[in-house]
Every structure is written in structure tokens, then in C-alpha cells.
Design a binder for this molecule. Structure first.
Ligand SMILES: [Fe+2]
Length: 331
């Protein structure tokens, strides 16, 4: 079991090819209770992130082979490490270094020679920020786990949420949607049905068709879902997708009966992908349709006034294009 001391341990990585510099920084940090790990170069620094938890990195910019800039860039490009604060340690007058550091995603800079008080103040404030983002991430993780627990109840929907996220992001990229909307779609793919938590199991898992009273409850799941996720500020672009993922273009959907462009574009994107994935997955009452037939059905239903016909076309183009980046990577 992890001891209490261990759980609250804060680890700072110091990467510098100069031993005296590493020593000075450790001497400032260790008496304050930080655990310090040392790296003599960029390669060693990156290896530490693979093998242990690091809460903050202090990187000298000039190191042989893999520089502090390279390490910073690598950390910020990886979803697992991008929220770890990185402080670049630069020469006093190197404004070029700072510009390059900003481009690499550095969170802060310290000038050599590093002053003790300044170092401690920067480290403290960056760690405080990190704590907030960690808490936010934890909240997000709880929501994702809850959402996936609903998916797990239905053996026929295995992997549905994951595919929904990936295909929606790929379609959003094709449409040129800005990053925050793409991130919202990735999240909505996972949590869109989280409101089903509030739907009783005898309705949710009923093998036959629902009666009118049961439908009234089932149709509330987007509203419940919006309510569950609404305390999270970072989910503000996700909420409209959750609420409106069962609307139809002709106004016959639920919960609000919105029509056409009244339905947020992101919700229309998720709906098109949701229906496509449902058609191409095996269900108790029918076999999975091949992609061509699924798109023919989607287009027919779009003509009937249910789905956005342009988005159906764009989705088909997205999924038939060779390997869209989002189908293999995560945001
Ligand atoms: Fe739903």
C-alpha cells in the first residue's frame, strides 16, 4: 500500500548537463520537502517520465543531443505528459531561447544564475495549477468510467463510445472545427449517454419495445446527462452535444424538438456518427450492415428529414479517406 507520505510526495525532475547546476537546484528544493530526480541529459530526462511519476520538470535548454527544447516538445505532444509543468532554465539575455521555449510549450522560464526565492515561488505556483488540472482530470475520469459502465451493460454496444469519439473527431477535422469543439466531441463520444444512469434498468435493458410511459422516461436521458455533467466548466461545449444528440432535422427528435440548424453542429456530427455506428454493429434483431449499405440507409433517412444530409456525405468521405489522423491518434 502507498503510505500517506508517498501519496503526497512531489517529484521535481532537474535535467542539466552541468553537475554544479544540478546540485544548486537540488539544494534549493530538497530542504523544502520536494523529491528530486536528476538527469544529465535530455535522453535521461525522457526516460524518467516513462519510469516514474514526475510533477514538474526543470530543464536546462542547452544539453548535448536532446536539448531542453526537444524534451519540452516531446512532453507537450504526449497526452499523458502534456499537463506536467515545464520550466526552461535559460541564459539571462537569451530572448531567442524564450521565444523558442514558448513555441515548444514551456510553462515558465528561469534565468541563470537561478535565485532561490524565485525558483521556489515559480515551482509552488506551477504545482498549484497542476493540482487544479489533476482534480479536473479526476472528475473527467470519473465521468468517463460511469459512462463506460453503462456501455458495459449492453453486450451489443462494445467499443461504441470509443468509435464514436474517434469518428466524430475525424469528421470534425474534415469540417475544420476548432480544437475546443473537437475536444468536446471526443468527450461527448464517451459521455453522451451518461444520463441513462438515471433510467431504471427494467426500461434500459428491456428486450422488447418500450411502452409509451417507458419512452417518456427514456427520452429524458439527454436531459439527465446534461445535468450530471453541468458542474464541470471544462464540459461547457460538451453539454449541448449531450442534450441534443437525439434531435432530428425535421423537429421530430427529442428532448426539445429542435429543427435544422437550431440543432448545434457538434450535436449533428455526433448523431450522424452514432447512427452510422449503430447500423454497422450487430444487434440482437439484425446483422451488422456493411458500410455501403449503412450509408445508403443514412442518406435515405436524411432525405426523409432526420439527419443532416451534408454531414452524412462528409462522414462517408471521412471514413473512406485513407487513415484520417484521428482514427489512430488521440487529442
Ligand atoms: Fe442517447
Amino acid at each position: 500500500m502507498v503510505s500517506e507520505k508517498e501519496a503526497f510526495r512531489t517529484t521535481v525532475l532537474i535535467a542539466d548537463d552541468s553537475e554544479p547546476n544540478r546540485e544548486i537546484l537540488s539544494e534549493f528544493l530538497e530542504p523544502e520537502g520536494y523529491t528530486v530526480v536528476l538527469a544529465e541529459n535530455g535522453e535521461q530526462a525522457l526516460a524518467h517520465f516513462d519510469s516514474e511519476r514526475v510533477d514538474l520538470a526543470l530543464l536546462d535548454v542547452m544539453m548535448p543531443k536532446v536539448t531542453g527544447f526537444d524534451v519540452c516538445k516531446t512532453l507537450k505532444a504526449n497526452p499523458e505528459t502534456r499537463l506536467i509543468p515545464v520550466v526552461l532554465v535559460t541564459g539571462l539575455t537569451q530572448s531567442q531561447d524564450r521565444i523558442r521555449g514558448i513555441e515548444c510549450g514551456a510553462d515558465d522560464f528561469l534565468s541563470k544564475p537561478v535565485a532561490r526565492e524565485e525558483l521556489l515561488a515559480r515551482v509552488r505556483s506551477l504545482l498549484r495549477l497542476k493540482q487544479f488540472t489533476d482534480e479536473l482530470e479526476n472528475a473527467e475520469t470519473v465521468l468517463f468510467s460511469l459512462a463506460l459502465s453503462i456501455e458495459a451493460k449492453d453486450p451489443y454496444t462494445g467499443g461504441h463510445c470509443d468509435r464514436l469519439s474517434k469518428y466524430s473527431v475525424a469528421l470534425a477535422e474534415r469540417l475544420g472545427l476548432r480544437e475546443e469543439l473537437r475536444v468536446a466531441l471526443r468527450r461527448a463520444g464517451i459521455v453522451h449517454d451518461i444520463g441513462k444512469l438515471a433510467v431504471p434498468e427494467h426500461i434500459l435493458l428491456k428486450p422488447g419495445p418500450l411502452n409509451p410511459e417507458e419512452w417518456v422516461i427514456m427520452k429524458q436521458h439527454p436531459v439527465f446527462g446534461e445535468r450530471i455533467c453541468s458542474p464541470l466548466k471544462s464540459f461547457r461545449h460538451v453539454l449541448p452535444i449531450i442534450r441534443h444528440h437525439h434531435e432530428k432535422m425535421d423537429g421530430s427528435g427529442y428532448p426539445d424538438g429542435l429543427k435544422g440548424e437550431q440543432i448545434p453542429l457538434t450535436a449533428r456530427v455526433l448523431t450522424a456518427v452514432d447512427i452510422y455506428d449503430a447500423l454497422t454493429t450487430e444487434r440482437p434483431y439484425r446483422k451488422a450492415l456493411p458500410p455501403g449499405e449503412a450509408f445508403a440507409t443514412l442518406q435515405e433517412e436524411a432525405t426523409r428529414g432526420w439527419w443532416d444530409p451534408d454531414l452524412v456525405k462528409e462522414l462517408q468521405a471521412t471514413l473512406t479517406a485513407s487513415e484520417p489522423a484521428s482514427l489512430t491518434t488521440t487529442l
